[in-house]
Design a protein around this ligand. Structure first.
Ligand SMILES: CC(C)(COP(=O)(O)OP(=O)(O)OC[C@H]1O[C@@H](n2cnc3c(N)ncnc32)[C@H](O)[C@@H]1OP(=O)(O)O)[C@@H](O)C(=O)NCCC(=O)NCCS
Length: 241
């Protein structure tokens, strides 16, 4: 674990999306966020967004010493949220991912971060998605796995790649075969290559963890000046708020 200013802090929350929690959360959101919530087709998705966004506001507010409703967010060209001025002066960076009722949040002062969580579940076209989205070397590693490890290997790769593109803020505009990650269950999570640059020299570090039973997550952060690697400090695993 990296201590001090360079720490990457990961918070895991099990989202409570009952009517009372949704009502209490909605009052913390901005008008634009409430409008976005109203555009979801399914209530369940709207409720998850409302509660996840309210928790984000609360987590940011605690770190900034302001009220959750007063946190102002801006969005990058591909939709990555960040703090608007004046809070941006704090250099607090964050990223969020949610799947079902599990939400994961990464925070850092001065280091860009990306995070992704997925439920490890059967998907019929996993092999086809791997063939399409993973690099040749990742596909070889995926196909070499014992069939019992394939599902976890698939979601290891998926979350690690997605955490990286989310750290960059590019979403899926970055071709997914431009970089490679490790995926085999039991092996360390690593960025193996970015373009022609070996992962160890690429300026980014990757860690993987299970935020709740049946879920896998990954977090990617810019390298800090004084450390070669990092492991996220996990706070409040599966806490109901
Ligand atoms: C952002 C993106 C990369 C991930 O979205 P997702 O997996 O559907 O959803 P997640 O819960 O992990 O992340 C969503 C959160 O990321 C943040 N986000 C949105 N755009 C982002 C971007 N460009 N960069 C970083 N973070 C972003 C937001 O906080 C968002 O939360 P919100 O919906 O509550 O506002 C999306 O653009 C996307 O295209 N996903 C496609 C998935 C895919 O095919 N992955 C292949 C991996 S092999």
């Amino acid at each position: 674990m990296v201590e001090g200013d360079d720490a990457i802090e990961v918070v895991v929350i099990r989202l409570a999306i009952g009517p009372a929690a949704v009502r209490a959360s909605a009052v913390l959101l901005s008008d634009a966020e409430r409008q976005r919530a109203s555009r979801f087709v399914f209530d369940r998705d709207a409720h998850r967004f409302i509660v996840a966004r309210a928790r984000l506001r609360q987590l940011l507010a605690v770190r900034l010493g302001v009220r959750p409703e007063s946190v102002e967010l801006v969005y990058g060209a591909r939709g990555k949220p960040a703090l608007a001025l004046p809070e941006a002066d704090s250099d607090l960076r964050f990223n969020v991912s949610h799947r079902d009722e599990v939400a994961v949040y990464a925070f850092s002062f001065g280091r860009e971060v990306g995070i992704d969580v997925e439920a490890v579940r059967m998907i019929r076209d996993a092999d086809a998605i791997a063939a399409r989205s993973f690099s040749r070397r990742e596909n070889e590693a995926y196909r070499a796995l014992d069939p019992r490890d394939r599902l976890l290997g698939f979601f290891n790769c998926w979350t690690r790649k997605e955490a990286f593109v989310k750290a960059l803020g590019d979403g899926l505009s970055l071709p997914l075969d431009r970089f490679e990650v490790s995926l085999a269950p039991g092996e360390p999570a690593r960025i193996l290559r970015v373009g022609h640059t070996p992962g160890d020299d690429c300026g980014w570090r990757l860690a993987s963890f299970s935020p709740a039973p049946g879920f896998v997550a990954a977090v990617v952060a810019e390298c800090c000046r004084s450390h070669a690697g990092f492991a996220p400090s996990l706070l409040g695993a599966a806490v109901s708020v």
